[in-house]
Design a binder for this molecule. Structure first.
Ligand SMILES: Nc1ncnc2c1ncn2[C@@H]1O[C@H](COP(=O)(O)OP(=O)(O)OP(=O)(O)O)[C@@H](O)[C@H]1O
Ligand SMILES: [Mg+2]
Length: 374
């Protein structure tokens, strides 16, 4: 198996991170200075890929790195244990240090080594394995990055992915609690990632703004077109496929350079070529690959559209924007139109381009709507 030519469906490996060099560098610099950052972006724009690349580079430079994904967690204890494990991995090289410690009987030799590595961390083995009080465990976990930083004279970067889920996993007070633990941790910098809507809903409401001031919110810049072109040509030619600059540009015109959609279209083009036993990308193949990609996206878009349509007039306004019309129409009350637009912006479906003009974050979603309502 030659492996996937274009990675899809999750954070991309190092070699496939298409140039966001300046942005990655800027993130690294800020984190190294101890500044905490929040990246709130639209779906599938490459947040996790970016953050993982920052962690990989940080690790190479001698930082301790810690990564926790709230999407995978179910409750307070789960969070505390994951955070502790992710911290301790820097010392032990083992992913689930706590499980290993619990399993004392199974591997006495291995456990002894790990125990030694953790000797100075102010807890008995029994504490981590047996502590019954989740709050005690959580307080311990939230302090651990800083404890490690001090003990080992290291700087630590901690990533919290799908951060909007923290209140689901723990409770609504988690943001306040985190902030009270984090604000004086000098050698630890935090990177919070989340869906744009989720982060906005979670952190802007209800007196939680204190947390928002703790981290700088940065928008995620698009991937430069030239970087995409270079990457796509290189990938295809890796498999002996001929491409032309103009053809690749056409792909990018259609996807708007949206990371996942671009990867998906390229991938479908690749399979279409394999099926046709061709090795040259023609405009016809681009259309075919694009159409197939749109079909695979349809269930996702159906769901998004259904959800959006639950709000009054949102569907009408979205349709108007897709067809390039003004959002204000005779049959829509201007206040309602404005509310619908605000909702679509907060959901990161559209973005403001100029006065009263909006574009789709995902041009393929626009195309889906055009076809749906034609
Ligand atoms: N820097 C990049 N270069 C190339 N492709 C990318 C890049 N970032 C993301 N992609 C593409 O987008 C897909 C989704 O990336 P990733 O999971 O990092 O995004 P995300 O914003 O974290 O998504 P989610 O909204 O699901 O959390 C990847 O599988 C890949 O196809
Ligand atoms: Mg992600």
């Amino acid at each position: 198996m030659p492996g996937k030519l274009f990675p899809l469906g999750g954070p991309v490996p190092e070699k496939d991170v298409v140039d966001r060099e300046d942005f990655i560098f800027s993130l690294q610099t800020r984190l190294a200075e101890g500044q905490s950052i929040m990246l709130a972006g639209p779906r599938r724009i490459g947040k996790t890929s970016l953050a993982y690349e920052v962690l990989r580079r940080g690790k190479k430079q001698g930082f301790y790195t810690v990564s926790v994904d709230f999407f995978r967690l179910s409750d307070k204890r789960d969070f505390a244990v994951s955070l502790i494990n992710a911290c301790l991995e820097n010392r032990t090289g083992v992913r689930r240090t706590i499980d290993v410690l619990k399993d004392r009987a199974k591997s006495i030799a291995g456990t002894a080594k790990i125990t030694l590595k953790l000797e100075d961390l102010e807890f008995g083995i029994g504490f981590l394995a047996d502590e019954k009080n989740d709050n005690v465990l959580l307080d311990y976990a939230l302090d651990l990055p800083n404890v490690l930083a001090k003990r080992d004279k290291k700087s630590v970067i901690v990533l919290f992915d799908e951060f909007q889920d923290a209140s689901r996993v723990v409770d609504a007070d988690i943001y306040k609690k985190m902030r009270s633990h984090f604000q004086n941790q000098e050698s630890v910098a935090y990177m919070f990632l989340g869906s744009k809507e989720g982060i906005m809903d979670t952190l802007f409401g209800n007196r939680k703004e204190a947390f928002y001031r703790f981290a700088t919110i940065l928008p995620i810049p698009p991937i430069p077109e030239n970087a995409w072109i270079k990457y796509i040509i290189e990938r295809f030619s890796h498999r002996g496929i001929n491409t032309e600059y103009e053809i690749i540009k056409e792909i990018l015109n259609r996807t708007g350079g949206h990371p996942q959609d671009t990867m998906l279209v390229c991938s479908e083009i690749f399979y279409a070529l394999l099926e046709a036993e061709e090795n040259t990308i023609t405009p016809g193949i681009v259309r075919l690959g694009y159409d197939r990609a749109l079909i695979t996206l349809t269930p996702v878009y159906d769901e998004i559209l259904d959800e959006l349509s639950q709000r009054f007039k949102v569907r009408d306004v979205l349709k108007r924007i897709a067809f390039g019309k003004s959002v204000y129409a005779k049959n829509i009350n201007p206040n309602e139109a404005k509310r619908a637009v605000d909702h679509l912006v907060s959901k990161a479906i559209i973005q403001k381009k100029g006065r009263g003009s909006y574009t789709f974050v995902e041009p393929m979603f626009q195309e889906y709507i055009l076809r749906e309502f034609f």
